[in-house]
Design a binder for this molecule. Structure first.
Ligand code: GLN
Length: 309
């Protein structure tokens, strides 16, 4: 079992922290631009309930693209894989997360996978409910169940800031609507999606979610099967093939842990059958992944032989 003490983890954080200087905080969502690029924190959540952490772990951040795994799990539970994969594909793109190009050039408007924005918008569109509010309520309740924390909410300021500037995501939606992949009002969908991306937590909560995926959908603390094993398996597979955007191949080779990142600097990791990881480090590399977060995972994976391959 890696890192028995927080002191041990702290040393690894100190080692990885120097890389924050090489990264840059995302500012295309203006509210995210206010994050402190020097921050780096990590939590590991083990099945026996133990949690080891280092850095300023009380700091909250928004999930951004990490939420794509959670919304995917929810729609897979609600509608099943057959329905979901008729509307979104299973293949990595090798393109940036917000790219529009393959929607047209592949000859089918169906997005290639649920981890790029186009695919995630289709997934959010699939969340069932009688109103946008009802659908968001369902999603946030699911996140509360996954974290075991009833106080989880979303950051209104970040949601609004993204809503005000989400024209590229609007463009993806209009393209998908024209091709009958989505049917709902685009503004309503963007509003729901930006709230989803603005769901806020600290890295302890994130590690706990990572652990549920690692443990095949079971919350080890309560013994409850929160999602079917098959859903957890599908989500972890996407985390390996597409979780770190167009850096997923290199990440699989160097680190070998199912993981999902977001432009706020969060990374959720799930070491299969072992433990969950939550990281927050807002300085990003050029592909939009936490630069020091990746370094930290690289050190952890190497030191403790965590690669699943
Ligand atoms: N909300 C962000 C967006 O849609 C999420 C992207 C990300 O974290 N990579 O642009």
């Amino acid at each position: 079992m890696p890192c028995r003490t927080s002191e041990e983890l702290n040393e690894l954080v100190e080692e990885a922290k120097k890389y924050t200087a090489e990264g840059k905080v995302a500012d295309y969502i203006p509210a995210l631009g206010r994050a402190n690029p020097d921050d780096l924190s990590i939590a590991l959540h083990y099945p026996d309930g133990r949690c080891i952490s280092a850095g300023d772990i009380d700091k909250k951040f928004t999930l951004q693209s990490i939420s794509k795994v959670i919304s995917l799990a929810l729609v897979l539970i609600e509608s099943g894989p057959e329905y979901v994969f008729e509307r979104v594909g299973m293949e990595p793109t090798g393109d940036p997360f917000n790219s529009i190009v393959k929607l047209e050039t592949m000859g089918i408007a169906k997005p290639l996978n649920p981890m790029i924005n186009a695919g995630a918008l289709v997934v959010t569109h699939m969340i069932k409910g009688c109103s946008a509010q009802d659908r968001f309520e369902k999603l946030i309740q699911f996140v509360r169940e996954l974290t075991g924390d009833q106080d989880i909410s979303y950051c209104k300021e970040v949601a609004q800031s993204e809503y005000d500037t989400a024209d590229l995501n609007r463009a993806l939606c209009y393209f998908l609507k024209q091709h009958l992949i989505i049917e709902e009002d685009v503004e309503g969908l963007i509003s729901l999606y930006t709230k989803q991306c603005a769901i806020e937590m600290n890295c302890l909560d994130l590690a706990r979610i990572g652990e549920v995926f690692a443990m095949d959908g079971v919350d080890p603390l309560t013994g409850k099967q929160i999602m079917p094993k098959d859903v957890a398996r599908i989500c972890k597979t996407f985390m390996v093939t597409c979780g770190m955007y167009n850096a997923s191949g290199e990440f699989a080779i160097k680190i070998g842990i199912p993981a999902k990142s977001g432009v706020s600097g969060g990374i959720m990791g799930s070491v299969p059958g072992k433990f969950g990881i939550g990281i927050f480090g807002p300085a990003l590399d050029e592909k939009g992944n936490s630069i020091a977060g990746i370094k930290l995972l690289e050190i952890l994976s190497k030191n403790y032989n965590l690669s699943m391959f």
